[in-house]
Design a protein around this ligand. Sequence first.
Ligand code: ADP
Ligand code: MG
Length: 323
Amino acid sequence: MIEFQNVSKRYGNKVAVDDVSFNIDEGEFFVLIGPSGCGKTTTLKMINRLIPLSEGYIYFNNQPISDYPVYEMRWDIGYVLQQIALFPHMTVKENIAQVPQMKKWKEKDIDARVDELLEMVNMDPEQYKMRKPDELSGGQRQRIGVVRALAADPPVILMDEPFSALDPISREKLQEDLLDLQSKIKKTIVFVTHDIHEAMKLGDRICLLNEGHIEQIGTPQSFIDAPKNDFVRQFMGDQIKQTEWVKLGDLVTSEHHIDAHDNHLESYPTFDSEQRINEVYQALATHEAVIVKDQQHAQDALLTREAVFNYLSHSQEQAGEHA
Ligand code: ADP
Ligand code: MG
């Protein structure tokens, strides 16, 4: 759906993006990650022509982006920023309705769309749509930023570190929301972050940039199984290297135990308690939970996505304390 072909971007002599090529599939959650200054934002903004490229081609649905009128690109590609700029003097509804209004939607369609979007992120329309941004919490403002980008139903959404200014709890919640939302709307999402845990949690694939070039691109699992070089290993950090060896059985406590005959649980994928934590990442991208079979105790357990990521973030804090 989006294809980069030998794309470079120079600001004067400074090469910000250096001959990168990759494809993003339709419906994919694609994460751009890397240290500060590695070219993430530049790469993202070239997609909707906020930044012109110096060399190479970017194709959108097999057509060079230069063939599309600029305004059309901006409208048809949703964009969410780190510090989302909601218009302070406008209500939540007016903020969300921006692009639909520019596209001259009928008023009643806009009304219905605003309500629908607010409900999607669990904000009661009656309670929130007439509020001003300063009558919302940081997390709520960020939710509005996300749904505003979705308002006119664009096929692609670009997100530049949308959650990095939030406290860890709101951030976790919005990540969950976004995964949930993505499972419903199936948009192509290009998401920038510098946080490897966020990338592992959200991405179908991750593209790790360093000084403008691609170090590695692949599934979260592939970064754990086969980091390509020392830069990748170092970026992933010792913490993930260690947790990769943790057995699922070690995460299970009695509170996770379940009745093996409960039919509600049949849709969850099953793993053995001897399997490693990294083996469930993929499954947790599409399932809320996995079932862990313990051969010895014959006691099955349900490990939710939340439980696994809580475990990961907790062990990261501990690793940080020792560092
Ligand atoms: P990231 O988002 O990964 O932090 P950016 O894409 O913003 O990185 O920037 C990549 C590199 O290009 C950095 O070295 C940055 O200083 C440089 N850069 C970004 N924007 C400009 C600009 N408008 N003029 C000059 N250099 C820039
Ligand atoms: Mg940036």
